[in-house]
Design a binder for this molecule. Structure first.
Ligand code: MN
Ligand code: MN
Length: 458
């Protein structure tokens, strides 16, 4: 035994109980009340919940877009993740037009190797579905990449058509992969953007006008219908509104293999934020856009009742100065993206504080279901004998005021500036070794490893 965590309350997706945890070689070796005193490192978890390390399945680290690169690299991004209680991320690796998926994945391995503070996997984004690339897709699950992402939005950039989506779904089904979809109708968004700009509507608030809820709901329904026809497994990223939730609910009731997530920004911001003065609205230009407030309650409800299984961050950080600025005269040129790799668990935990979520449901949507859906369970996402000792000592009484002054992302602003929350990760262990210890950085050397994932064939 290397480490014993004593006096905490263990919380999993199904149980809450008082027990101590012993860790050997980075793995949970004993859970019980009778772990003898040893020479092992002792960690006192009095007053804390002991929860599985968070799993964030939707991040965009050092990713090129809008002629720039997102501001968190693997070191700053994964350190921020660890500060927030996340010990595994799955980052999106985008294909470049005319290049292979393998080229892109080689580059992502170079970004991450030796630089990640937490464990990581990759999804492969297909933007240019040529016959050669489609053939290449079949071989990705064998390389530990069983998740393919496509965009139904961003016409002229990364959007693919329904023919490509249908082909990719069949390939996914045959090769043991799942298809992830950014669901917005990119043609309609393009049309609305051109119309708004021609009318002189250039400010950030028109970002939301250009892509209203029905644009998202239409593409969500279409992706679900295509998955139903193919038999493929489908995952809808960043569901933001009641209209799209209704489509997910209907698909699941029909028995379609569809899973879906939302993100904290849809629970904590609204379209009013896009109208902040002095171009500050640009800080809230992410996609889908922040919605009318009434959607927040609908999303909390969907997280609680199982319509949504996961909360992810869609961490895609662009500085206010130098990046968001690019769209001062044209909202379509504002780099799309927000942040949340650090704040995700703390913001979601406010749902426990406010009575929207049970403690076990909080663990389920932040760790256990992401592990199950993305091929990491039970190595990750739970507290069980034989699982990796990725553990968070969660202090439910500690309070924190969110701010760009104190966050660990390289981003020059916070969407949550001044927001006070209760419930903070005190100590965070990756495979038994503290990254964060009593709110101090404990691990100076990044020791995150690549996670080769596998999904069942359909
Ligand atoms: Mn997206
Ligand atoms: Mn994204």
């Amino acid at each position: 035994v290397d480490t014993v965590i004593r006096n905490g309350i263990i919380v999993t997706a199904s149980d809450i109980y008082r027990a101590d945890v012993a860790i050997s070689d980075g793995v949970i070796s004993t859970i019980g009340h009778t772990i003898e005193p040893t020479s092992a490192t002792e960690i006192d978890a009095t007053g804390c919940y002991v929860i599985p390390g968070g799993i964030d399945v939707h991040t965009h680290l050092e990713t090129p877009s809008f002629g720039a690169v997102s501001v968190d690299d693997f070191l700053t991004g994964t350190r921020a993740a660890a500060w927030g209680g996340t010990t595994t991320i799955i980052d999106f690796c985008p294909q470049e037009h005319g290049k292979s998926l393998t080229d892109a994945l080689d580059e992502w391995h170079r970004h991450a190797t030796g630089n990640a503070a937490v464990d990581y996997g990759f999804h492969s984004i297909v933007v240019d579905p040529s016959p050669v690339v489609l053939e290449e897709l079949r071989h990705l699950p064998a390389q530990g990449i069983p998740t393919f992402k496509i965009f139904l939005a961003y016409r002229g950039m990364s959007m693919v058509d329904d023919l490509a989506l249908a082909r990719i779904m069949d390939i996914a089904c045959e090769s043991g992969a799942m298809v992830m979809v950014h669901a917005e109708n990119g043609d309609v968004v393009y049309h609305r953007q051109r119309t708004l700009l021609a009318q002189g509507h250039t400010e950030p608030k028109y970002h939301a006008v250009s892509r209203p809820p029905r644009v998202e709901a239409e593409a969500t329904a279409r992706a679900i219908a295509l998955a139903e026809l193919s038999g493929a497994s489908l995952y809808i990223v960043h569901v933001s509104c009641q209209e799209a939730l209704e489509e997910v609910r209907r698909g699941r009731e029909r028995g379609v293999k569809v899973w879906a997530e939302t993100c904290p920004q849809y629970l904590f911001t609204s379209e009013e934020d896009l109208d902040r003065p002095d171009f500050e609205g640009a800080k809230y230009v992410f996609t889908p856009p922040p919605r009318h407030r009434h959607n927040q309650a609908a999303l909390w409800q969907a997280l609680a009742d199982g319509t949504l299984q996961v909360i992810s961050s869609d961490h895609s950080p662009w500085n206010f100065r130098g990046h968001k600025d690019l769209g001062r005269d044209d909202f379509t040129k504002i780099p799309n993206g927000g942040h949340g790799i650090e704040e995700r668990l703390m913001l979601t935990y406010q749902g426990v504080e406010q009575g929207f979520l049970t403690l076990s449901r909080f663990v389920d949507i932040t760790a256990t279901s992401p592990a199950k859906i993305f091929g990491l369970y039970p190595k990750k996402g739970t507290i069980a004998i034989g699982s990796d000792a990725d553990l968070v000592l969660w202090d439910p009484q500690a309070e924190l005021t969110l701010s760009s002054q104190s966050h660990h992302s390289a981003l020059d602003y916070s969407m949550y500036e001044g927001l006070s929350i209760r419930g903070v990760p005190r100590t965070v262990l990756l495979r038994g070794t503290p990254i964060i210890s009593n709110r101090n950085l404990a691990a100076t050397e990044p020791r995150g490893e690549f996670l080769s994932r596998i999904l069942a064939k359909c």
